[in-house]
Write a protein that binds this ligand. Structure first.
Ligand SMILES: Cc1cc2nc3c(=O)[nH]c(=O)nc-3n(C[C@H](O)[C@H](O)[C@H](O)COP(=O)(O)O)c2cc1C
Length: 140
């Protein structure tokens, strides 16, 4: 059975709602899924998983959350070469700059996207939830 990790940060629950749907999509496809907060995940765990979904909203001024998520991702990204990944997150008023920069970082690290990055405005609606489930399924 394939093993997939979901690693996310959420301040007000929108990215968390996305992460729960991602988790469901992975499970429905028959894989084993483990969910982590940023403080629970590090580079030594990357090889335990066939694929990883990372989730983080737009924070600061169009950046990843800087206290927990970005330090974790910075430590992990050099281990992502050849790893199947997906990235997702919620945003408010921006144009998705944080997600474009994050995608570039992942590509520079040599990660392999299973699906396009997924961003949802504030709380995910039914379409957003369906897209999150599909993102999860694409990692299996
Ligand atoms: C401190 C802070 C900074 C934010 N910065 C941005 C931003 O730069 N661009 C943007 O589109 N939304 C920004 N937002 C809005 C959040 O990305 C949005 O509310 C999102 O749904 C939060 O996700 P969460 O509920 O998973 O924490 C910011 C929100 C907060 C609280």
């Amino acid at each position: 059975m394939s093993k997939v990790a979901v690693v996310y940060w959420s301040g007000t629950g929108n990215t968390e709602a996305m992460a729960k749907a991602v988790e469901e999509g992975i499970r429905e496809k028959g894989a084993e899924v483990s969910v982590f907060g940023p403080s629970e995940f590090d580079a030594s765990k990357v090889d335990e998983f066939d694929a990883i979904a990372f989730g983080c909203p737009a924070m600061g001024a169009e950046v990843l959350e800087e206290t927990e998520f970005d330090p974790m991702f910075t430590a992990v990204e050099s281990s992502l070469s050849g790893k199947k990944i997906a990235i997702f997150g919620s945003y408010g008023w921006g144009d998705g700059e944080w997600m474009r920069e994050w995608e570039t970082r992942c590509n520079n690290a040599g990660a392999v996207f299973a699906v396009e990055p997924l961003m949802v405005n504030e709380a995910p609606d039914d379409d957003g939830i369906a897209s999150c489930k599909a993102l999860g399924a694409s990692l299996v």
